[in-house]
Design a protein around this ligand. Structure first.
Ligand SMILES: NC(=O)c1ccc[n+]([C@@H]2O[C@H](COP(=O)([O-])OP(=O)(O)OC[C@H]3O[C@@H](n4cnc5c(N)ncnc54)[C@H](OP(=O)(O)O)[C@@H]3O)[C@@H](O)[C@H]2O)c1
Length: 332
């Protein structure tokens, strides 16, 4: 079977497709024929050696997908051949097949396609955990979301609106603003794409503050960091929570710590991957709630593009160049 391999850290073009023999599944594993896999920003970082951790080389990128169970190990109890499932994997979702522990595999809810099942687990899982557990979101809150048309950003917007919050979004272009408005954003700030000098940062912060109905946000959801973070933090409200989700814009920002004092505000870290392992039961509840909201039509994950799996390298380059809205799904 074919699998995408990273054999050396460096440009995305260094990735190579290889033909390998897949082993029989271990006793507690299922073998899945992958029909769809989702692209996530960490895919772009990890193959360059720029992610929080560096896997030992060679490794196979790709963390979430969906497909059909084709074989089961002898101790597997939850699944049988032919089941439609989605999975979260440490590695190897950009491939034709995968062997994976049955505890990382979940049945696909009725009426949900492989593409949709593959697309929303990480984005909605991250944003749900961020807003609900880390942000203690309530329907009275006002939320600012940066990078709001991207994978986790749009999921955060979708969830925050479903939970009744007022949401202001920040995006780089008019086109991305339109997508967020279609998802119910109450107001939009277009921040452009270049670095910001002192005056521009001040004006950006003032614009964010002006768009808040409360004069400052209860929750700020930040997956981009860099030059956007400090101006956004300056627009936080009294006792606001600043959710540190990621640094897609490049640099990890530094904040003057006195800003937290002035607003009685908190900087709150979000690490969904660690949460799923450390708080397994809580994550299961999140998954149930997300699936229930999906079933009731309260949330609607956006798949903006389906790309053949063999073009995974081009897709990974696209996400690194600000070229993705919602989710891109790779299909076999
Ligand atoms: N903490 C966690 O548990 C967790 C989980 C999943 C993902 N993440 C992190 O969250 C971030 C977003 O992930 P994602 O999968 O949602 O990515 P994505 O779909 O590519 O969205 C990222 C957004 O960041 C903005 N951006 C600003 N500067 C950018 C740049 N130089 N290059 C690319 N995008 C830029 C873009 O919006 P504009 O053009 O509108 O600015 C884009 O929509 C990543 O840093 C990822 O590692 C964290």
């Amino acid at each position: 079977m074919k699998i995408l391999h990273c054999k050396e850290y460096g440009p995305v073009d260094n990735l190579v497709w290889e033909e390998i023999d897949i082993q029989e599944p271990q006793d507690n594993e299922v073998q899945i024929e992958i029909k769809a896999a989702a692209l996530n920003f960490p895919d772009f970082l990890i193959v360059q050696g720029l992610y929080q951790f560096k896997p030992e080389l060679p490794f196979a990128p790709g963390n979430e997908g969906a497909g059909t169970v084709t074989k089961i190990g002898k101790n597997v109890t939850k699944f049988k051949e032919g089941d439609r499932v989605y999975f979260m994997a440490p590695y190897g979702a950009f491939a034709e097949k995968i062997n994976i522990s049955e505890f990382s595999v979940f049945p696909i809810p009725e009426d949900i396609t492989f593409q949709l099942a593959a697309s929303y687990q990480m984005a909605y899982g991250t944003s749900y955990h961020a807003l609900v557990q880390r942000g203690a979101l309530s329907g009275d809150d006002e939320v600012l979301i940066l990078g709001a048309s991207g994978g986790v950003g749009l999921a955060a917007l979708d969830i925050a609106k479903a939970k009744g919050a007022r949401v202001v979004v920040g995006v780089s272009t008019e086109e991305k603003a339109q997508i967020c408005q279609n998802y119910g954003a109450d107001d939009v700030v277009i921040y452009g794409s270049g670095p910001k000098d002192k005056e521009e940062a001040k004006a950006f912060s003032a614009e964010l503050k002006a768009k808040s109905a409360k004069g400052g946000y209860d929750i700020i959801y930040d997956p981009i960091g860099d030059c956007y973070a400090e101006p956004a933090f300056r627009a936080i409200g009294w006792k606001g929570k600043y959710l540190v989700v990621g640094f897609a814009a490049g640099q990890i920002p530094k904040l003057p710590i006195n800003l937290t004092l002035l607003k009685g505000a908190s900087v709150v870290g979000v690490f969904w991957g660690a949460f799923t392992g450390r708080e397994f039961e809580e994550n299961q509840k999140n998954i149930s709630d997300i699936n229930e909201m999906l079933g009731k039509g309260q949330i609607k994950p956006l798949i903006s593009k389906e790309i053949p799996m063999e073009n995974a390298v081009e897709a990974i380059k696209l996400i690194g160049s600000r070229g993705v809205v919602g989710k891109v799904v790779l299909v076999n």
